[in-house]
Design a protein around this ligand. Structure first.
Ligand code: ADP
Ligand code: TZP
Ligand code: MG
Length: 267
């Protein structure tokens, strides 16, 4: 019998019933994230206004919240959506973009963390700082290796009872108990803006497909990026061609390819 929770099986399940995912993301990421979601087979909606964000979360399969271009009115929409998702039993994913940079961001992330995200997805510098460590992050960019963030990720997963997905050259995913590393991708990925933000939305899509197991959902989303990114890296000549070729590679992924090519190892 086939394992129903392999990344490939989850990709097939997601495409068979494309989940509506409410993505509250940033101005930089909106377009690329929506295109990544469509290429992978999900149905994204970028809905953030306070007047409707909570109501929209009720009809979505999952919610993602990203503080990349935060403002006070967006924060109100984020809080309303997260409360509504939790109440409706829908998983939501937090992307704490550059939360260490200003007190406004630090305060916002502290408030959002209290609203029970199912998954926290960030780069290594963001995860280290979230656990109170000394991060070398600069603005939205990570300057720390993922290996240095693994302990922080486990700590955060236990503290907030959530899955923590740390990305970089080698990704690390933990729920505080289980942990895996995922290899793949391409060094060109951090040269294309908002790919991490787009990945956060895709984690939401897989979490909508498998709400009972946000760990497997996160691993599947990161594996899809790792395989599509690695394939794209072989063809692209720079960040420009990487960007459009990556969408094609995501769309071309299928169950067999992802399960054959994903390099996932227990940590
Ligand atoms: N040096 C690298 N080599 C391979 N893949 C990478 C590398 N850096 C980042 N990635 C991949 O890029 C995607 C976005 O991750 P990351 O750049 O860490 O997020 P963010 O954009 O939030 O900083 C992930 O799929 C990650 O695995
Ligand atoms: C450049 C920039 N500025 C504010 S949000 C953003 C995008 C960040 O994207 P990512 O976290 O995926 O690198
Ligand atoms: Mg990011």
């Amino acid at each position: 019998m086939q394992n129903q929770t392999t990344p490939g099986a989850l990709l097939t399940a997601m495409r068979a019933n494309p989940p509506l995912v409410q993505c509250i993301t940033n101005f930089v990421a909106m377009n690329i994230a929506a295109n990544v979601m469509l290429a992978a087979g999900a149905s994204p909606a970028m809905v953030h206004a306070e007047e409707e964000a909570g109501e929209f979360a009720e009809i979505s399969g999952a919610l993602t919240i990203n503080i990349g271009t935060l403002s006070t009115d967006w924060m109100a929409g984020m809080v309303s959506a997260a409360q509504s998702a939790t109440k409706a039993g829908k998983p939501w994913v937090l992307d704490p973009v550059a939360h260490y940079a200003t007190s406004f961001r630090r305060k916002a992330v502290a408030e959002l963390l209290e609203l029970n995200p199912a998954v926290i997805r960030g780069n290594a510098s963001e995860i280290i700082a979230l656990a109170g460590g000394a991060s070398r992050g600069q603005g939205v960019d990570s300057r720390d290796p993922v290996e240095l963030a693994e302990e922080a990720a486990i700590l955060l997963a236990r503290k907030y009872r959530s899955v923590v997905a740390v990305t970089g050259a080698t990704d690390f995913v933990t729920d505080g108990n289980r942990a895996v590393r995922i290899n793949g991708g391409s060094p060109l990925m951090p040269q294309v803006t908002a790919l991490g933000c787009a990945l956060t939305c895709l984690v939401g899509a897989f979490a909508a497909t498998r709400p009972q197991d946000p760990f497997d959902a996160s691993v599947a989303a990161l594996a899809a990026f790792a395989v599509a990114g690695e394939r794209t890296g072989r063809e692209a000549v720079g960040p420009g061609s990487f960007s459009w070729r990556f969408l094609d590679a995501l769309a071309a992924l299928d169950e067999k390819a992802i399960d054959r090519e994903a390099r996932i190892t227990p940590a």
